[in-house]
Design a protein around this ligand. Structure first.
Ligand SMILES: [Mg+2]
Ligand SMILES: [Zn+2]
Length: 194
């Protein structure tokens, strides 16, 4: 038995989706993100980011850009009194052409969540994930987590035009990360009352 965590997708959920995030200067953290993460921090619940960064394998930007962007994100959150406890990223190529074999960490695979669970003593069955893409929600379902789809990033278009094609329905659809966190914390409060 481990503790529960809140997993977050990065691009489109914590910060603006900008196509390939190929330079640290493209980082735009949403104005509500620090407050949202701080609320989870205040409960003593680990906040874990899991992000697909296939631009590395595609040769669009070096792995150092991922690290630099993650550091810039943490620095900006620190100014708002918030902290991400760990960030995991998949730098690999999606299955295609010269890359027929998938890695086990690119979402919707569960490798990043499982690694986080091992390294931080987490119980995925009691954890939540927030993301803006169906692959985030699929990863949550495969890992046994509850999930929230936010309408930032790809979320609004997905919910408006593609819902019929989703493999999984999220447990909740919410306007943004801040409202998603409120939903998660109220579910946790309900469970603690039982
Ligand atoms: Mg995303
Ligand atoms: Zn991978």
């Amino acid at each position: 038995m481990g503790q529960r965590a809140v997993f977050l997708d990065r691009d489109g959920t914590v910060n603006r989706q900008v196509g390939y995030p190929n330079h640290v200067s493209r980082l735009r953290v949403y104005p509500f993100t620090a407050e949202a993460i701080r609320k989870v921090n205040d409960r003593g619940i680990p906040v874990i980011v899991v992000t697909n960064q296939s631009g590395v394998a595609r040769g669009l930007y070096p792995e150092s850009v991922v690290l630099e962007t993650n550091e810039a994100l943490q620095a900006e959150l620190a100014e708002g009194g918030a902290r991400i406890d760990a960030i995991y990223y998949c730098p690999h190529h999606p299955t295609a052409g010269d890359h027929p074999t998938p890695c086990d960490c690119r979402k919707p695979a569960t490798g990043m969540a499982e690694q986080a669970a091992r390294e931080h003593g987490l119980d995925l069955g009691r954890s939540f994930l927030v993301g803006d893409s169906p692959s985030d929600i699929e990863m949550a379902v495969r890992a046994g987590m509850r999930s929230v789809l936010v309408l930032t990033g790809y979320g609004l278009g997905e919910a408006t035009y593609r819902r019929e094609q989703w493999k999984n329905e999220p447990d909740c659809i919410s306007e943004n990360l801040n409202t998603a966190v409120d939903w998660i914390l109220s579910r946790i409060d309900e469970e603690n009352d039982e």
